[in-house]
Design a protein around this ligand. Structure first.
Ligand code: DAH
Length: 343
């Protein structure tokens, strides 16, 4: 038999015996016999020295291949036996490794943030830019420039957190951002939404929190009309609540818009038939809006003879309540994970 054939046979024998090793002890016996210091594989390697010079290179290569193959087979078998032993041990303890694992707790967006982002996303698709205005405002921006002079009765609807600095307050709505954008952008046309937190010094109830979010919208340009406002809001509502919702514009009053309207959508729960959520009216109020008042345009630097615009404001918590059937706004900021985890 040639030396080469001998090596092939040696490898076959090693692998056969390896397959017969069924536990750690048998595997160790196999290892000593084949790979140990005085084992059969090292012995075959040592033969190199006793060969005539011209045969050494070829034999050396072949025996090295054998050694690597046997070593790899050993490691694979060792791993196999280890896994089988582990599975057997787990099974004997009554543990089923095929059961699904425990999911780790992962964070998620707060429902207010998620709704805010959804609203911003819809308007971004219509070409609106997101503008971030400040939470701490002055009386001038929060009220006066929006056409609420001092002592105006409409101020009473927005009870205010004042600071110790006179005329510095926490904004009661996102509308003061309208003046900030206009003063910054004049004489460019404007198409922005202004999302953010608002604060009111009010009794906290199921319907009103002292801190909440609003998303304000402002469009200023040449020949902007109420029809543009209606079309934009219809497109928005179709995307937010699904195609085919009815909108109703109810005449209303805000000092900074003229004319002003409140917008209702047909109840997303009962489709207008009347239910507890819509208080049996068939309609849900979702926002306030109107054409920007000439005084407000002027305060922002835009000549109302030349420019016109519309504005709207909505509360994402209110919209989230409608979308998800939440009946108390206080859940949003009471940090109860049992509530937050549901979104
Ligand atoms: N700022 C109003 C509020 O907080 C909401 C609002 C109504 C904003 C009409 C608007 C608007 O821009 O046109 O009650």
């Amino acid at each position: 038999m040639s030396q080469h054939q001998e090596l092939i046979q040696l490898q076959a024998q090693a692998e056969n015996e390896l397959a017969d090793a069924r536990d750690e002890k048998q595997l160790e016996a196999w290892r000593i016999k084949w790979l140990g210091r005085k084992g059969l594989v090292p012995a075959a390697v040592k033969q190199i020295g006793s060969l005539p010079k011209e045969e050494r290179a070829a034999y050396g290569q072949a025996v090295n291949q054998l050694k690597q193959a046997v070593q790899a087979a050993f490691e694979a078998r060792q791993q196999q036996l280890k896994e089988a032993a582990m599975a057997a041990e787990l099974r004997s303890e009554g543990f089923d490794p095929t059961l699904p694992g425990r999911r780790p707790q992962i964070g998620r967006l707060h429902p207010s943030s998620a709704t805010l982002r959804e609203i911003a996303h819809i308007f971004a698709h219509m070409g609106f830019e997101v503008y971030t205005a400040r939470d701490v405002e002055t009386d001038e921006y929060n009220f006066q420039l929006l056409n609420f002079p001092k002592g105006h009765p409409a101020r009473e609807m927005q009870d205010t957190f004042h600071t110790t600095t006179p005329d510095v307050l926490l904004r009661t709505h996102t509308s003061p951002g309208q003046i900030r954008v206009m003063r910054e952008r004049y004489p460019e046309p404007i198409r922005v939404i202004l999302p953010g937190k608002c604060y009111r010094y009010e009794q906290v109830t199921a319907r009103s929190e002292m801190m909440f979010h609003q998303v304000e919208g402002l469009v200023v340009g040449k020949n902007i009309t109420f029809a543009d406002l209606k079309g934009t809001l219809q497109a928005f509502v179709d995307q937010l609540f699904g195609e085919g919702r009815q909108l109703r514009f109810r005449a209303s009053h805000f000092p900074f818009t003229e004319p002003s309207a409140e917008v209702d959508v047909d109840c997303i729960l009962c489709g207008g038939k009347g239910c507890r959520v819509c208080k049996y009216t068939g309609w849900l109020e979702i926002l306030g809006c109107g054409m920007v008042h000439p005084n407000v345009l002027r305060n922002g630097g835009y000549d109302p003879e030349e420019w016109s615009g519309y504005a709207f404001g909505m509360g994402p918590e209110r919209i989230a309540m409608l979308l998800h059937g939440v009946d108390d706004i206080r859940y949003f900021f009471s940090n109860d994970v049992r509530f937050l985890e549901q979104f």
